[in-house]
Design a binder for this molecule. Structure first.
Ligand code: OFO
Length: 164
């Protein structure tokens, strides 16, 4: 049902989603180490979301008769200068993932693989949301600057995030 090239590309992207999960868990651990529990809560949930994105690729590959082959997950960064740097890198990472999704869509179109193209459209939409959310947090952090009160309020706000 899918070409060898597409199978390889989808497996590679499964690894990217699992790396995203690992990266955000590392960011959560950084926040925990700074007693920023709200930020940590948000990142931990983000990490779980990425794991589920990875599973969507896992399930889809099986549904179309493909073979899942897991590969090594790179070690994520473990330390950052400050909160803003974490979210600036989150935004950059999400833009990178968007680019990868777009390239997968290009391949699906090239191969006239409508099922895979249709599957990927969920991720096209999801990436719009992911980039917008990260952008919003970077903007908020820029506005807050070093204001402790503002950081406290944002930490409290992000602490209310619950799993979808
Ligand atoms: Fe999987 O959406 Fe972020 O990376």
């Amino acid at each position: 049902m899918i070409s060898a090239k597409m199978q390889k590309a989808l497996n590679k992207h499964l690894n990217e989603e699992l790396f995203s999960s690992y990266l955000y868990l590392s960011m959560a651990a950084y926040f925990e180490s700074k007693n920023l529990n709200g930020f940590a809560n948000w990142m931990k949930l983000q990490s779980k979301e990425e794991y589920f994105h990875g599973l969507k690729f896992y399930d889809f590959l099986h549904q179309v008769g493909g073979r899942v082959t897991l590969s090594q997950i790179s070690a994520p960064k473990t330390d950052w200068k400050n909160i803003k740097e974490v979210f600036t890198e989150t935004l950059e990472h999400e833009k990178h993932i968007t680019d990868l999704i777009n390239k997968l869509v290009d391949l699906a179109i090239l191969e006239k693989n409508h099922a895979t193209n249709n599957f990927l459209q969920w991720f096209v939409n999801e990436q719009v949301e992911e980039v917008a959310t990260a952008e919003d947090l970077v903007n908020k952090l820029e506005m807050i600057g070093d204001n402790k009160n503002g950081l406290f309020m944002l930490d409290r706000e992000l602490g209310t995030r619950t799993a979808e």
